[in-house]
Design a binder for this molecule. Sequence first.
Ligand code: RP5
Length: 166
Amino acid sequence: MAQVGIVMGSDSDMPIMKKAADVLEELGISFDMRIISAHREPQEFFDYANSAEANGFKVIIAGAGMAAHLPGMCAAIFPMPVIGIPMHTTSLGGKDSLYSIVQMPSGIPVATVAINGGANAGLLAAKILATSDSALLDKLKAYSAKQKDAVVAKDQKLQEVGYKNY
Ligand code: RP5
């Protein structure tokens, strides 16, 4: 059974949703990935959300753009954490997606990441799962240490060559 459900409103969301999947894969977390539109196929959406708990998901990562109701409606039905990813849009720059996802009514939270924040959604899902999985927590600590080492190496290079040659 997959631990995380990844769902997006359209295949046009895939370049961002892929980043969440890549993080989960790197950390060895199983996931199920679907394209389901809450607006264009409401019955399929309800079937997905209603069966998510029985399918073993502990977290859902839902990405959508424009009038982005998919994450909020997942949160209305699924009883465990939902992470929302607002997609960048050409007309309103993704503020439409962001506001649609983040401005949830009291009682129905969606943990909203940045516009196009696919990787952080994957990491947040991993951190939620790591609260009851010490081996995964160790992997996350190693992931953070690797990020730190990368910044230290960049600064070291800057000190060596100077900013004009960086
Ligand atoms: C939303 O509408 C999707 O999540 C997507 O971000 C946006 C546009 O969808 P397409 O017209 O590209 O299928 O439901």
